[in-house]
Ligand binder design. Structure first.
Ligand SMILES: [Zn+2]
Length: 340
């Protein structure tokens, strides 16, 4: 079976540059492009995005849309505006601090996300990609140092959650997370994701879910177990994204291989198509060949669809730069070509 391949794209909304990049991506052999469709695009660039989708289609690419950083509840280096208009709906940490992420249990969230989905479908998405749905992930990108007790910096103790927890368990939510709180949080991610996938599927659009990988502690995001997600009616693709050089560097193979095997198992069990994300940014000079090795491992573990984050080593964002952007990109292109 031929390997399907895709690439994420963000950081440029100037159409003539988009056109040249889409031709470059199609020329490099990719089947699809994952456009990061942010709140900023929704507010100020909807027609730009419609053109970008059309340009991508004209280049021969399938178009996936990613709610990058939308409402703060998906992955991505994009900020949310909706949180500034809905401070009453934001998540509250154990220490009482509100954070700029809409609460997964707040009734305002789902209607807003459905508006995003409707807009994405209207501008021509072939697939909607739900990327790392999560609770407040901790102070990963906090600028400076947050005050207070680190054990209390988890969400969510907003009034909606406190009441719901009391209704469901018959007791007040504790200040320190216990097993019941973890289950409450996991249930919320599952409930929201089920709604989003069901809604998108009802519009006859292909759905894709990426959950944060196993093996590194992402316990604050609230998804410990992938199994219930695989059984979603209407889910077409499932995958994960073990980036070994994002944040603290970890050894590549022990992270990439078991996560690929776990995706294979879940997809086989539930009749889903796999999609496996391989890191393609942030490599120091000389480490680029790790990407080719990771792609080889993913294919060995049965992955049939590999997506790379992102186009030309995400060169539009300096925090993600590689030491040698040209070489990083060339390694990606050559490694994928060997498997097609
Ligand atoms: Zn809440």
């Amino acid at each position: 079976m031929a390997l399907r391949t895709g690439i994420s794209y963000f950081g440029n909304r100037t159409l003539r540059h988009v056109e040249s990049d889409m031709k470059d991506i199609a020329g490099a052999g990719f089947d699809y492009v994952v456009h990061c469709f942010t709140e900023s695009d929704l507010l100020w660039g909807l027609e730009s995005m419609r053109e970008i989708v059309a340009i991508s289609h004209a280049a021969g690419l399938e178009v996936h849309l990613d709610p990058w950083g939308v409402a703060g509840v998906f992955g991505g280096e994009a900020l949310s505006k909706i949180v500034t208009w809905n401070t009453d709906a934001c998540q509250v940490l154990g220490d009482g601090t509100a954070v700029g992420v809409i609460c997964l249990n707040h009734p305002k969230l789902l209607p807003f996300l459905k508006e995003w989905i409707d807009a994405g479908i209207d501008i021509g998405a072939d697939l909607i990609f739900f990327d790392e749905p999560h609770w407040y992930p901790g102070d990963l990108w906090y600028i400076g140092k947050p005050a207070g007790d680190a054990d209390l910096r988890w969400s969510c103790r907003c009034p909606v959650c406190l009441e719901r927890f009391r209704d469901e368990t018959g007791r007040d939510m504790p200040l320190i997370r216990d097993a019941e709180v973890q289950r409450f949080r996991a249930d919320a991610v599952l409930r929201l994701t089920t709604e989003l996938i069901g809604y998108t599927h009802s519009k006859q659009v292909t759905t894709d879910l990426c959950l944060l990988p196993h093996g590194i502690t992402f316990d604050l995001v609230g998804v410990d177990d992938w199994e219930p997600f695989g059984a979603f009616p209407g889910l077409d693709y499932f995958g994960t994204d073990p980036y070994w050089r994002a944040g603290d560097t970890v050894p590549m193979e022990p992270y990439v291989r078991p996560n690929a095997a776990a995706v294979r198992r879940l997809c086989d069990e539930h009749g889903l198509r796999d999609q496996y994300w391989v890191q393609g940014y942030g490599f120091p000079r000389g480490a680029e060949d790790e990407i080719a090795a990771a792609i080889d491992i993913a294919v060995e573990e049965g992955m049939t669809d590999i997506a790379i984050w992102g186009y030309r080593a995400s060169e539009s964002m300096s925090r993600l730069w590689s030491g040698d952007i040209d070489r990083t990109w060339q390694v990606v292109v050559d490694a994928l070509a060997r498997h097609r």
